[in-house]
Design a binder for this molecule. Structure first.
Ligand code: SAM
Length: 245
């Protein structure tokens, strides 16, 4: 079957640039791991330059967008990693596991090939409160079933820590909630094309017309006035670290 990102990944690297604050959180979560596997690596965002990184990515379209000098990449899937047991110090998967056919198998594979820790950047499906769902409630229906509940991570073998990753107001990685303080961005079809959820929603025009009209009338600012003074916000993004299994 053709990897989904062969279709929806076109133009990804233009709108999905690693955010410096999120990069620091990921780097800290990797601890002193030297040999790191990046699973669902996409175009190579957040691959630390000061460690030995190997990438796994199923989509040719995403692989093509990896910059010159990026880590070597294997075209494979998380569920069947082409590596020996304990070949890496750490394995990370960043905004990827909700796309896997079987995330439990993928996580098992990450623990098999990694000696010390796994790091997963994901979204807590029990978090509610992103304003865009007031306009497009379909987002919730599409996204929530794809993300594992935090209890699933707590049940994994090993010591599990889960921390909140706050999203800055000028986040450079254009994922779903990145534009929480730049609402007009969601009206741009190019911005939306770098957010996989939008490829699964049918017709967004009704919801987006309401957003546009609220932006024009000042209603959006009135409704969400508390956002304008915030530099960063908790919107449900989490960094899961599992060690010592
Ligand atoms: C939203 S992108 C994230 C890419 C990158 N980790 C980043 O942070 O920019 C999700 C990635 O997961 C990949 N993916 C989808 N199914 C996968 C699977 N079964 N195993 C590994 N990666 C997969 C997609 O091809 C895509 O590159």
């Amino acid at each position: 079957m053709e990897p989904v990102y062969d279709k929806i990944g076109v133009g990804y690297s233009q709108f999905r640039k690693p955010d410096p604050g999120i990069a620091t959180a990921i780097c800290n979560a990797l601890g002193n791991s030297e040999k790191v596997l990046n699973v669902g690596a996409g175009t190579g965002s957040y691959e630390p330059k000061d460690r030995k990184v190997v990438a796994v990515e199923p989509s040719s379209e995403m692989i093509q967008q990896r910059p010159v000098g990026a880590a070597p990449v294997h075209q494979a899937t998380a569920e069947d990693l082409p590596f020996e047991d304990d070949e890496f110090d750490a394995a990370m998967a960043l905004l990827s596991i909700h796309h896997w056919n079987d995330y439990r198998a993928g996580i098992r594979e990450m623990q098999r090939v990694s000696q010390q820790r796994i790091v997963i950047f994901t979204y807590d499906p029990e978090f509610f409160g992103f304003w865009l769902t007031d306009y497009l409630p379909e987002i919730t229906e599409i996204d929530l079933p794809a993300f594992p509940a935090m209890e699933e991570f707590h049940a994994l073998p090993g010591t599990v820590t889960i921390e909140t990753v706050p999203i800055p107001h000028d986040c450079t990685d254009g994922f779903m909630c990145a534009y929480w303080r730049r609402p007009e961005a969601y009206l741009d079809a190019n911005v939306r094309s770098a957010i996989s959820t939008f490829s699964k929603i049918g017709n967004v025009s009704q919801g987006l017309n309401r957003l546009e009209s609220d932006l024009k009338s000042g209603e959006w600012e009135r409704k969400y006035s508390e956002l304008s003074s915030l530099e960063e916000i908790n919107l449900g993004y989490r960094l899961v670290v599992v060690e010592d299994w």
